[in-house]
Ligand binder design. Sequence first.
Ligand code: C5P
Length: 397
Amino acid sequence: MLSSKRILLIIGGGIAAYKALDLIRRLRERGAMVTPVLTRAGAEFVTPLSVSALAGRKVFSDLFNLTDEAEMGHIELSRSADLIVVAPATADLIAKMAQGHASDLASTLLLATDTPVLIAPAMNVRMWHHAATQRNLALLHGDGIAFVGPNDGDMACGEHGPGRMAEVPEIMAAVRTMLSEGPLTGRRILVTSGPTHEPIDPVRYIANRSSGAQGAAIARAFATLGAEVVFVTGPATVPPPDGVQVIRVETAHEMLEAVKSALPVEVAICAAAVADWHVTSASSQKLKKTKGGLPQLTFAENPDILATVASMTSGRPKLVVGFAAETDDVIANATAKRARKGCDWIIANDVRPATGIMGGTENAVTLITADGAEEWPRMGKDQVAAQLAARVATALS
Ligand code: C5P
């Protein structure tokens, strides 16, 4: 499976572009997310509409499209992929790549990326044999670009020889080889994230300041290691990562139901900032301001999702990880919390406002396991996530 793999597919201008449509279908059937980029010449052979309909997402084609740039800059577009596939890679695109041109969106993306690139050349046989093309190909080989094809055979132009684009199954095999399995391939992992909103009435609710940034980073890090990630998120301000199954919820009760529906999983990471209480007196109509009267809210405790999962008697995940956001006696409180909740690991952090961690981009955590406390240096939330995913991969191996 290619689930959670993000592929940027650049479609160049050649008759073989029609095969790119089938390639999109096959990649998506295997679970990959395909972001298509259609060159101006490519659009002479296949329409943006058919490409985007098959990819299920918009087609990018213009370097200077400000809407695209506002939504996702070209640098991010090239970096947010696990693999870039160029099919068909025309003689012109190959020349641009070899010379480092950035004269249109496709060549700019290819120049701006540090993601592995696979190209499926397709051109007339004489163009293929031309010394200029052969020089360019040698440069690309030297740059570490991977190739699939071209094949020998009859060509649309009536000639015969090398230059036919590889067939879709061959390209799929090359893609699978390049996206070789990560250490968590085949492992199903649950991540809860974000705050919960507990309604008071249809327009008011109780919430907290969690942005969901750490949870989203964790889900992304696990997906990067090949895991199949179920991401149960409350109304976070940070968007969920690509390549994970997203289940959106509002309340703690909904989160618990979503978590139950996601089971069984091998690992559960509970990073959500679940509200401790819900309002039992929540009204189905907007509460009115009445002269001299204040609303009386009554509360009840929310289910503890982490403790519920950790105490499962059958089908308990092998590893249950919780978070402890503390403002004092971080290690002592988190160690006690680990025992109280029955989870295997606790990731403790100091969320005093002065640390800037809540809602910030960095985190300073201590990992608490049965073996004791291990302090990690302050680092970006992405790095904390990557380190955690690597630790989990080691623990499962
Ligand atoms: O008890 P406290 O909220 O400090 O515990 C934090 C940990 O427990 C986090 O991992 C959080 O996701 C989890 N939790 C939960 N359900 C709750 C409350 C907390 O899963 N109702």
